[in-house]
Design a protein around this ligand. Structure first.
Ligand SMILES: *[C@@H]1O[C@H](CO)[C@@H](O)[C@H](O)[C@H]1NC(C)=O
Ligand SMILES: *[C@@H]1O[C@H](CO)[C@@H](O)[C@H](O)[C@H]1NC(C)=O
Length: 458
């Protein structure tokens, strides 16, 4: 699969990924390992590392990209940064246990990391996982249902390596490796919880992720809903383990430096009575990575209260030859909104129409739609509302969630795509999201203090 984003639009998500402060690698502590007990636990959610020098948040809440730095960031622009928010987790047992920071990606279903030995390793902190030192590490047998078919014609055997191939929904990260079975550990009610039998992918040649790691990230936590993802594993009947079907997060704004935020599971997930919800689509399509992402039915977009016409069909997922394309998904691992081209054009036209009375010139540049920033413009930027299948489920995006300041300009922070729409991290900030994977619903509601999310700290 090739890169699917419209090339000129790539720079923006790349730079947006730099909005946050680098992650400090947080030791989860060496408390006595214990089972998940009550069935609630949390992983620390940290800003992805890198590039914070290039960005700040204005007093009025707008994300500001430094123009000079933007140009300086040109070389790695062919790859999209692996997620704006990352997750801290300990992997392995005994002498092999290490704590890593993994980029969050909700569009794929494999948790993968560099494992020794690595050809052409990318820099990360701490050094790559060493399977040989972890007594709980087991290769997944080559005849397991999760494995790709082997290269040779014969039936796969137990001895064959169990290969995986993981591609982000937007095509930006493409990783191959071998699946294994490991134990993860993370915070639970002030102690450490272990989850055994988690399928992790080991990559031994991971060149493609070089620019995304920033010398820190060890890999990606694929949190899609399908096997063999972490949330899928937690939902299985497993000996002695509590079943967990829900997870939740509340992404803090980029400015807050000493924030606490958690990816919460099971009993750590807050109640949802006050939230609106929308259906996760294609729940019956359980096989194949084409449906691992959290697709929703986006039925309308309005700009300053005015609905865009004939837009619903553009967000529908449909089969095209052998492949499924289009559709709209939520992903906290995509820096900002990605929108399918015809819908983007309607959105852009509506924004231009809304701002026309100001008589501002559209600035041509590397971004698709920018205006010279004036205080008048800032006051007149429209609020955009996303409308989901159920009438009450609307996601309201104030201007700070959809526009960024770039040098002297203000630009629409929406990336054009040929075949996908993704509601990204920037649009989700300061809202609580709860994903109920068993019942196929996503709940959300505004939350003021995402940066003070207490979770279960150690
Ligand atoms: C960027 O991150 C580093 C490391 O956390 C920190 O020391 C520095 O102050 C940050 N820079 C800005 C501009 O926030
Ligand atoms: C991983 O190991 C557990 C036992 O700890 C087992 O129940 C599970 O089936 C294994 N998963 C795979 C994919 O091999």
């Amino acid at each position: 699969m090739s890169m699917k984003l419209a090339a000129p639009a790539l720079l923006l998500p790349l730079v947006l990924a730099a909005i946050l402060h680098p992650a400090a690698v947080v030791a989860v502590g060496d408390g006595t390992p214990a089972g998940p007990g009550g069935g609630g636990f949390s992983l620390r959610l940290v800003p992805s590392p890198g590039w914070n020098r290039t960005i700040h948040v204005d007093d009025d809440g707008f994300v500001h990209l430094n123009e000079h730095a933007t140009t300086a960031l040109r070389p790695p622009m062919h790859t999209q940064v692996g997620g704006m928010y990352s997750v801290v987790t300990s992997v392995g047992t005994g002498a092999g246990r290490r704590t890593y920071v993994l980029a969050l990606d909700m569009t794929t279903s494999v948790l993968w990391m560099q494992c020794k030995p690595v050809q052409e390793p990318f820099a990360q902190q701490p050094p790559p996982f060493e399977p040989a030192k972890s007594p709980s590490f087991r290769p997944v047998p080559g005849n397991n249902a999760f494995c790709l078919p082997p290269d040779h014609e014969d039936h796969p055997t137990v001895q064959d390596p169990c290969k995986f191939h993981s591609i982000r929904l937007d095509g930006s990260t493409d990783m191959r490796g071998v699946l294994s079975n490991e134990t993860l550990a993370f915070a639970a009610s002030g102690r450490q919880a272990e989850v055994a039998g988690v399928v992790i992918g080991c990559t031994h040649n991971s060149n493609g992720f070089k620019f995304n790691s920033h010398g820190v990230l060890a890999g990606v936590l694929g949190l899609g809903r399908q096997a063999p993802s972490l949330i899928w594993t937690l939902g299985q009947h497993r000996h002695g383990a509590v079943q967990v079907h829900r997870f939740s997060y509340c992404l803090p704004n980029h400015g807050s430096s000493d924030h606490h935020s958690f990816l919460r599971f099971g009993d750590d997930v807050p109640h949802t009575q006050h939230m609106v919800s929308t259906k996760i689509m294609y729940m019956a399509a359980t096989a194949g990575r084409d449906f691992s992402a959290y697709f929703v039915s986006l039925t309308g977009v309005s700009v300053a209260g005015k609905p865009l016409h004939d837009i619903k069909e553009l967000f529908r997922r449909h089969v095209h030859g052998q492949e499924w394309t289009s559709g709209c998904a939520f992903d906290a691992g995509t820096p900002t909104m990605v929108m399918i081209m015809p819908a983007y054009n309607k959105l852009k036209d509506a924004v231009v129409r809304h701002l026309k009375p100001l008589g501002l010139q559209i600035v041509s540049g590397q971004y698709h739609l920018c205006f010279r920033a004036t205080s008048q413009l800032r006051q007149h930027l429209p609020t955009v509302t996303l409308q989901f299948a159920e009438t009450e489920a609307r996601l309201v995006l104030p201007p700070q969630r959809l526009f960024v300041a770039v040098g002297h300009d203000i630009c629409l922070a929406v990336v054009r795509s040929y075949d996908i729409t993704i509601i990204g991290a920037m649009q989700q900030v300061d809202k609580r999201f709860v994903y109920d994977v068993r019942n196929g619903r996503i709940y959300f509601a505004p939350e003021n203090a995402c940066h003070a999310d207490a979770g279960h700290q150690i």
